[in-house]
Design a protein around this ligand. Structure first.
Ligand SMILES: [Mn+2]
Length: 465
């Protein structure tokens, strides 16, 4: 575990001073799981310091229209990659707590903004610390180490453990703070989603990255458990991954590795164990067998809120409401799943997936742009996992442009392809913009440019896939 660099610590202490001495603070945070968690950490911090503040969740395109109205403005999980010159005034007090690659050079703006970003210190913000993690580091300067669990949640929500199977770097320190506070546990486990709440056979049927006989096939998954002599029920309750003993987990691990090795080209075989196991993060103050107990499931619940524009509910739950807000979040989660199932059916009933030499795509014009990525990920398992899946939808009703989301198997990323970089290049060529992770990324392009985009994207993958 690496220590926080000294000069980063210094800027965090400066931010601590600035916050402590302020009377009214405005926070702008990104409207995704990481950003909402970041906002929750800052808001809880300011609550405890009894400092008046407002918190607003925004999308990146809203930044140019923001006005500076408060003594101190904090940008969290965004700001580093955006032009903030309209916030640069003589009395401006702006703190940026972001982990995305910064636009500005640190020496050029030191007096205008207090910008705290891991990239300035040689730390990669794509997997070593999230936006919520950066906010937690500030909270920690006030000794609010009990907020570390939200820092863990934000890192998982930002998929920072996606490629290595565990949280590393500063993230690992945040996990350790959570463990020290008795609020977080981490354990190496099978990498099946739904550790607390999903019946085991169901979790197996959703097991992703490579299409297996059990993929999207509950009967096969049930048969697999029978074959391995793993009971699927405890008395009358369906067992979840959380219920399995070590022996059962080992059996299942070996079987999954064996099944996958049969499906993939030899060059991928060495990566398979990394797909089948990973560290799970558990929040010990939450009830067992609820989504809140598992970092990954919790982050899905937060995402369901943000994707249907209900950030207030997510924020209340993060700030401790386990009553009405939690009921609302459960309801939204159910609605979210219903919506996804309905759209999946729509895509599958009419073979709406088109295949090109190096990619596959679908036109999801009726799908909300906020969930097109989630859908692309789900569709991937019914298509060809060896090619990336791209989903297209219109941004809104005003014919503003097209949103594209790409998802692919992690095996392609292990093999060295970074789709986030690639999609950014191709989007630029057709007058758009894009970026993101290696296995989950997206772009915006002008209306009418879809064919050109697909052609260039397909060509640029020649010899790579
Ligand atoms: Mn983030």
């Amino acid at each position: 575990m690496d220590d926080i660099p000294k000069d980063m610590d210094k800027t965090l202490m400066k931010a601590n001073e600035m916050v402590k001495n302020s009377e009214d603070v405005k926070i702008y945070s990104h409207i995704d799981c990481d950003g909402i968690s970041a906002g929750a950490i800052l808001s809880l911090t300011l609550d405890r310091l009894e400092i008046d503040h407002e918190l607003e969740f925004i999308t990146l395109d809203m930044i140019p229209d923001l006005k500076r109205e408060n003594e101190v403005t904090i940008f969290s999980d965004l700001g580093s990659g955006q032009d903030l010159d309209h916030f640069r005034t003589s009395e401006s007090q702006v703190i940026i707590l972001d982990h995305h690659p910064p636009l500005r050079n640190i020496s050029s703006h030191e007096r205008s903004f207090l910008e705290i970003n891991p990239h300035y210190h040689g730390i990669d913000g794509s997997f070593q610390v999230s936006g919520g993690g950066m906010c937690y580091l500030l909270a920690r300067t006030f000794k609010f180490n009990d907020l570390s669990w939200i820092g863990v949640l934000s890192a998982v929500g930002d998929m920072q453990n996606n490629l290595s199977g565990k949280l590393v770097g500063i993230n690992e320190q945040i996990v350790q703070d959570g463990i020290d506070k008795g609020m977080v546990a981490s354990e190496n486990d099978l990498a099946l989603y739904g550790r607390q709440t999903r019946p085991l056979f169901l979790a197996l049927s959703y097991f992703g990255d490579v299409k297996l006989p059990i993929t999207n096939n509950r009967n096969e998954a049930i048969q697999l458990l029978k074959k391995l002599e793993i009971p699927s029920k405890n008395r009358n309750r369906q067992r979840t991954l959380y219920d399995l003993n070590m022996d059962e987990k080992k059996k299942l691990f070996t079987e999954l590795v064996r099944m996958m090795s049969r499906e993939v080209p030899p060059k991928y075989v060495k990566y398979i164990p990394r797909l089948v196991s990973g560290d799970a993060y558990e929040f010990l103050s939450e009830k067992e067998y609820t989504a809140l107990r598992d970092a990954s499931e919790f982050s899905t619940a937060i995402n369901a809120c943000s994707r249907h524009k209900n950030t207030e509910i997510a924020l209340k739950v993060l700030k401790g409401d386990r009553g009405l807000a939690l009921d609302d979040m459960d309801y939204l989660g159910r609605e979210h799943r219903r919506y996804l199932a309905q759209k999946m059916q729509w895509i599958q009933e009419e073979d709406r997936i088109f295949t090109m030499k190096n990619l596959q795509y679908f036109n999801g014009n009726s799908i909300k742009s906020e969930v097109i990525g989630t859908i692309a990920g789900m569709v991937l398992s019914s298509g060809d996992w060896k090619k990336p899946m791209l989903g297209f939808t219109s941004i809104n009703d005003e014919n503003d442009g097209l949103k594209i989301s790409l998802r692919c198997s992690r095996l392609l990323a292990f093999d060295g392809i970074h789709f986030g970089h690639l999609i950014s290049k191709v989007a630029k060529k057709v007058g758009g913009s894009g970026g993101g992770h290696s296995v989950a990324c997206g772009a915006y392009i002008p209306i009418g440019k879809q064919e050109e985009f697909l052609r260039i994207f397909n060509e640029s993958l020649n010899g790579i896939i």
